[in-house]
Design a protein around this ligand. Structure first.
Ligand code: AMP
Length: 479
């Protein structure tokens, strides 16, 4: 296997990591296939590219592939070309439009005086451009524009200066934003979660294997048991079957991303003690209480609105029916570059079931609206199949501000809800009525304290200082 350095894309450059998947397994037998299985379980967190880095014989080797995990790694598995090492990390990349390739896919590797280092990262470092410039001044060469490469080089530098524990701590004092990380320094593995805990990171065990993964479902699927969440600010060393917390850098303010519960994570995952399915069920129940509608049938937008539609219908004792068939082989529409493209793709992806829709008054439930393209298209599809009335119900509040911590919602002008009333949005999507869940309803449904959640995309106030944006509370790190 060749050591693969990151590719440089001079045309697009590279954006920071986004809501990717990370996995790390440290065992006694070869770990490649278990990492592969975990990455497949976490495919929903990134479909554009994947990579696995494995320590073997004093070196870390990586394979990176385009596209879905099972497609990309198929030739390696079929030809028996998979690495044999017993410690490794993996990554699924969630990129934005125009960058559907392994450029920027993790894990990132560098060779250092302490041995090879590899990193898989989920999240977004908000001050990475400044850090990159500073490191460049110090002579550090960069081959990509990603935040992950900055983080890896910063870690390499501070670890060389201060040793592993203090070096990681020094880097964490400098890094701002969201990072859930699986790091390898030679055969030692580290699980690192930022002090605010934006993105999930779970620790588990399966026989002799110790696992870290973005979601608990990835631990379940390899036959493991969840031990616990990596705590916000915690750094765990995994070596020789031992799990050791090196330190925990505490923040006064935890900021778990609410969107993990609304949309991003799998419903069968438990994150920070809260089952995602249960949160989604509550989102639907609270939506029904806040915004009931008179109608004949409740229909979900598959798959994102299913659980919420089910509980909406159950709460109001209404009929629930699958009125839209989803083509499970269609591509992700969210990242398609133009509205025209997304429009056509929605048509390919969803088709109404005539007997459920024709002549009916429908409550149409989805998890969220970002640009509104999907909703507009579905409303018009349902009308063309004879829907009499369409009442859109959204099981989260209005998204009005960018996410700086790893969800691909970047510019204010893309949000349909910005500076608009519900009626204006309703008119724009062509529905008969439209309502969103309130922020209070969202918080109640997730079941966490408001001060433990990041709701920056709903309020425009962020738990970390972002240039040009409002900060919701002033926070400092505690040691
Ligand atoms: P749209 O309003 O057409 O921009 O897309 C909104 C729909 O896409 C939502 O109902 C979600 O199901 C899904 N979605 C929301 N945010 C994201 C994201 N960051 N990546 C992928 N899909 C998303």
């Amino acid at each position: 296997m060749d050591f693969q350095l990151q590719d440089y894309d001079p045309i697009n450059g590279l954006k920071p990591s986004e809501n990717c998947a990370v996995v790390g397994i440290c065992g006694k037998d070869p770990v490649f296939l278990k990492i592969y299985t975990s990455l497949r379980t976490l495919q929903h967190r990134g479909q554009e590219a994947s990579g696995v880095a494995i320590y073997d014989n004093g070196k870390i080797n990586a394979i990176k592939v385009d596209g879905l995990v099972h497609e990309g790694f198929k030739p390696y598995i079929e030809k028996g070309l998979t690495p044999k090492g017993i410690v490794g990390i993996g990554h699924n990349r969630y990129s934005t439009a125009g960058m559907k390739n392994i450029t920027g896919a993790g894990p990132f590797l560098i060779s250092t005086a302490m041995g090879d280092m590899a990193i898989s990262h989920n999240g977004e470092i908000t001050n990475y451009e400044i850090l990159r410039d500073e490191l460049k001044e110090l002579g550090v060469p960069f081959v990509t524009k990603t935040d992950t490469e900055v983080m890896l080089n910063l870690l390499a530098r501070t670890i060389r200066q201060r040793g592993i524990k203090n070096g990681i701590k020094s880097s964490m004092e400098i890094l701002q934003g969201a990072y859930s990380v699986a790091l390898m320094i030679g055969e030692r593995m580290y699980a690192i979660r930022d002090p605010k805990g934006f993105r999930p990171l779970i620790l588990g065990k399966s026989g002799n294997d110790i696992i870290v993964a973005s979601e608990s479902a990835a631990i379940d699927v390899v036959g493991g048991k969840v031990i616990r969440d990596v705590q916000p600010g915690e750094v765990i060393e995994i070596f020789n079957g031992e799990i050791t917390t090196l330190f925990t850098l505490r923040s006064q303010r935890i900021s778990h991303c609410m969107f993990e519960y609304v949309y991003f994570a799998r419903p069968d995952s438990i994150i920070d003690g809260t089952e995602v399915y249960n949160s989604r069920y509550q989102l639907g129940t609270n939506l029904a209480r806040e915004a009931p509608a008179e109608a004949d049938v409740v229909i979900p937008v598959p798959d994102s609105g299913r659980t919420q539609a089910l509980s909406y219908a159950s709460e109001l004792k209404m009929e629930y029916s699958e009125g839209l068939f989803k083509n499970r082989y269609s591509e992700r529409t969210f990242i398609m570059p133009g509205n025209m493209e997304r429009d056509g793709a929605v048509k390919l992806k969803l088709n109404p079931i005539k007997s459920v829709v024709n002549g009916k008054r429908i409550v149409l439930v989805d998890d969220s609206i970002v640009r509104g393209t999907t909703m507009k298209r579905i409303v018009s599809l349902l009308r063309s199949f004879g829907a009499r009335e369409i009442h859109v119900r959204i099981a989260s509040p209005k998204i009005v501000a960018p996410c700086y911590f790893g969800v691909d919602m970047k510019t204010r002008d893309q949000f349909i809800a910005l500076n608009k009333t519900d009626q204006q949005i309703c008119d724009e999507v062509g529905a008969d009525s439209l309502a969103y869940l309130s922020i209070e309803g969202l918080i109640k449904s997730i079941g966490m304290d408001k001060k433990s959640l990041c709701i920056g995309c709903l309020t425009g106030e962020y738990p970390v200082k972002i240039l040009g944006e409002k900060e919701d509370v002033q926070t400092t790190l505690e040691f």
